[in-house]
Design a protein around this ligand. Structure first.
Ligand SMILES: C[S@@+](CC[C@H](N)C(=O)[O-])C[C@H]1O[C@@H](n2cnc3c(N)ncnc32)[C@H](O)[C@@H]1O
Length: 191
């Protein structure tokens, strides 16, 4: 991890932010350290567009808004979200398996980071990844939380998305059998 040079004391660790907004991302799934290991402060500061698929009451989206202080935070969920409205928050209603819904949320933008935390059904994971991956900018990340059966299918994902790096954090960091799958698009400047 190369965070020392660019560490910003004003930026809180992801786990602290997740707990502050009372998401399950850190307290149940222990994802904070995994996110901190890939999202350098420089990357967080430079991000312009991020998306979460599966937003429920918006706790994750509010967390991303703090984690990425300059980014538009776009949410997509099949249900309307009751989350507070505010600066840098955008909400879309639609199914993650519906290409049209995914593309409406994208609105021709390139994304630095997309987190998929919706149905946790493999077919939907793959459909959404298939629809949204082209809109991850080179050097950006696409993350699937609580992906089921990743061990069985990780070779398929790596081969399908050639050049992507797939990490999973099964074990103490990833929360046992609920791995965090991180795809890093090759190219771009690593920040
Ligand atoms: C685990 S909750 C999301 C929690 C949120 N990411 C957080 O960190 O606070 C899952 C959400 O995914 C949504 N969802 C489930 N299936 C979906 C689908 N097929 N398309 C879009 N959203 C879906 C549900 O409506 C629910 O709001």
């Amino acid at each position: 991890m190369t965070r020392a040079k660019t560490n910003d004391p004003a930026m809180r660790d992801c786990g602290v932010i997740f707990d502050y907004y009372d998401t399950d991302k850190n307290k149940f799934h222990s994802y904070g350290p995994a996110y901190d290991s890939i999202l350098t402060h420089e990357f967080r500061r430079s991000a312009r567009n991020v998306m979460e698929v599966g937003i429920a009451d918006g706790r994750g989206l509010l967390s991303w808004r703090e984690i990425f202080p300059g980014a538009m935070c776009v949410g997509l969920d099949k249900e309307p979200c009751n989350c507070e409205r505010g600066p840098r928050l955008e909400f879309h209603v639609g199914d993650q398996g519906d290409r049209g819904a995914c593309l409406r949320a994208v609105a021709d933008r390139q994304f630095d980071f997309i987190c998929e935390d919706a149905s946790h059904v493999l077919a939907n994971n793959l459909l959404t990844l298939f629809y949204l991956w082209p809109f991850i900018r080179p050097g950006g990340y696409y993350v699937i939380e609580e992906m089921q059966d990743v061990t069985q299918y990780r070779d398929n994902v790596e081969q399908l998305f050639y050049g992507a790096r797939l990490l999973d954090t099964v074990g103490p960091v990833g929360g046992g059998n609920e791995p965090l799958v991180i795809l890093h698009k090759s190219g771009g400047k690593r920040k």
